[in-house]
Write a protein that binds this ligand. Structure first.
Ligand code: SF4
Length: 185
């Protein structure tokens, strides 16, 4: 993935993904941002701070979580910035990166998969309103293995859905489900 140039991105832009030391869970976000590229670690910026705040509430400490959960994204490379912040991966970029995601799924074979944000949620659970999916747990078969899916909204400060007070209850419920999944319930 580090050597992949399929999207024709500027020189120096390369894939960002987490550790690969026998993970049992997998988290799939949207795409890395500048901070993630600089540190070579997914969810290392402001959105990551909020994500790990949620995970702390679910009982996970960041380092511990990263050690058993492989963290990746729908698009592994930074798609660039626009006037309104980081760009969202386009359809072609997501399609270019899809075979990598398939290989990651086949290699990790996660017990629990956390799609984060609309793009990843759509990939695993299809198109639906976030309000119908967040706070729920799903069972799917991925690469011939039963997987528990617990979707989370995008933790970015720019996400209107995540910031809306009426959605806090659903996010709390999703956090509870993550804690239950960790304890095998
Ligand atoms: S985003 Fe994915 S497909 Fe595109 S260059 Fe990076 S690794 Fe390759």
């Amino acid at each position: 993935m580090k050597r992949c140039r399929k999207c024709g991105l500027p020189e120096g832009v390369s894939a960002v993904f987490g550790c690969f030391d026998a993970p049992r869970w997998m988290l799939v976000g949207q795409a890395p941002g500048k901070k993630e590229v600089a540190l070579g670690r997914p969810f290392a910026g402001a959105a990551g701070r909020r994500l790990f705040q949620w995970l702390t509430e679910a009982g996970f400490e960041e380092q511990q979580f990263r050690s058993f959960c492989y963290v990746t994204a729908m698009m592994k490379c930074f798609p660039g910035s626009g006037e309104r912040g980081d760009l969202k991966p386009n359809r072609q970029q997501v399609a270019n990166c899809a075979p990598w995601l398939e290989q990651e799924l086949a290699s990790v074979r996660p017990e629990v998969l956390i799609p984060v944000g609309q793009l990843a949620i759509e990939r695993f659970l299809g198109k639906a309103r976030l309000g119908e999916l967040i706070g729920r747990r799903f069972r799917h078969s991925i690469s011939g293995r039963a997987v528990t899916l617990i979707p989370l909204p995008h933790p970015s400060g720019a996400s209107a859905w995540t910031n809306a007070p009426e959605n806090r209850k659903l996010i709390r419920r999703a956090i509870r489900l993550l804690a239950e999944a960790a304890s095998g319930r």
